[in-house]
Design a protein around this ligand. Structure first.
Ligand code: AQP
Length: 327
């Protein structure tokens, strides 16, 4: 079975974009791949996050992933910082990547724009991400569209490393879903729904109550021309709603558009579909909350399994670059 790896930051409550763009596909890949998934807590350190909150969020994110359908008997779920080779491999790759290519990363440009002081970790974050991937010899990386550029970089770094040191790293490929790859903020449909950007009305959380979902969808920004048609460029708010309803009901946005004449009806059905989509996840999450200790044990088992693979890959890479092996 080919190897899959993906990760999610414990930087806030998980939302619909995370679910549709990534997690739903992780659940599907468990059946057909040797799947590794991690809560990337080291990446969250690039943001201002309270230490006590980070610990809680890391555990909660793991519970959310289990609730969404990750099955520890069919995948390896672990916390990134529990496997020390991530940072070790990141250093080998930092010595392979260039400043120029990191400066081109649009996420870095967006997050550093206008800031007087920018952390080095924010700049080198995509290299740590490349290390996360190559450590597991992952061929496939299921992510949302916002990660396309980072994945391209990971490929380039792996190819360059191999060119210099031999056939050491597996070159990964992004697996971006056809539908749900870029869920937009309901209040600012020109930007993606995100954990770290505060937009309470624009972000549908995986754990939102039905009436919260209804309220957020009802208040979603659309446009004034009143015509229901799928047009991402000139009607981004409406297009987002059409895509959400389409992906929740296995149709295309154009098919959905042809069934509606009024925005209000479309919004009501979109809210209903999202409530139904998230209902089983929320029910499982409530069950899991009763025994948070169980998640800690699962994560320990996951880290053990992940370390077994990461140790071998890191040793191979360290030897290739000429580091003297410890006795
Ligand atoms: N809006 C989205 N639509 C589709 N997929 C998305 N993903 C994130 N947002 C969307 C995918 O979710 C996975 C986890 O990514 P993340 O932890 O970076 O999530 P985030 O919500 O984007 O979190 P942050 O903290 O706000 O991070 P930044 O601002 O760095 O993106 C990924 O596969 C991602 O593609």
């Amino acid at each position: 079975m080919s190897r899959v790896l993906s990760g999610i930051q414990p930087s806030g409550d998980l939302h619909l974009g995370n679910y549709l763009g990534a997690i739903r596909n992780w659940v599907e890949d468990q059946g057909s791949h040797d799947a590794f998934y991690c809560v990337v807590d080291l990446h969250a350190l690039t943001l201002d996050i309270d230490p006590a909150e980070l610990r809680i969020r890391t555990q909660d994110t793991a519970l959310d992933l289990l609730a969404a359908g990750l099955d520890p008997d069919r995948c390896t779920l672990f916390v990134q910082s529990h496997v020390v080779q991530h940072t070790q491999m990141a250093w080998l790759l930092e010595c392979t990547a260039t400043m120029g290519e990191l400066r081109r990363m649009t996420q870095f440009k967006d997050k550093s724009e206008g800031k007087e002081s920018v952390r080095v970790g924010l700049f080198t974050y995509p290299v740590l991400q490349a290390a996360d991937i190559v450590l597991y010899d992952a061929e496939r990386v299921p992510v949302g569209d916002d990660q396309r550029q980072h994945l391209e970089l990971a490929r380039e770094i792996a190819i360059r490393f191999n060119h210099r040191f031999g056939d050491v790293l597996v070159v990964p490929e992004a697996a971006i879903p056809k539908a749900g790859a870029r869920v937009m903020d309901l209040q600012h449909p020109e930007r993606k729904m995100s954990k770290s950007v505060s937009s309470p009305l624009g972000t549908v959380l995986m754990m939102d109550e039905p009436d919260q979902i209804t309220r957020k969808v009802k208040k979603a920004v659309t446009d004034t021309d009143g015509e229901v048609r799928f047009d991402r460029e000139s009607k981004p708010g409406l297009a987002n709603l059409l895509e959400l309803l389409a992906v929740s009901t296995d149709r295309t946005p154009d098919q959905v558009a042809s069934s509606y004449e009024r925005y209000g009806d479309l919004k009501a059905d979109t809210a209903e579909a999202l409530i139904e989509l998230l209902r089983p996840v929320q029910a499982r999450r409530a069950e899991l909350a009763a025994d948070p200790g169980a998640a800690a044990a699962l994560l320990a088992r996951g880290a053990e399994k992940a370390s077994e693979v990461a140790e071998v890959t890191y040793a191979r890479a360290a030897e290739a670059v000429g580091l003297l092996a410890p006795r």
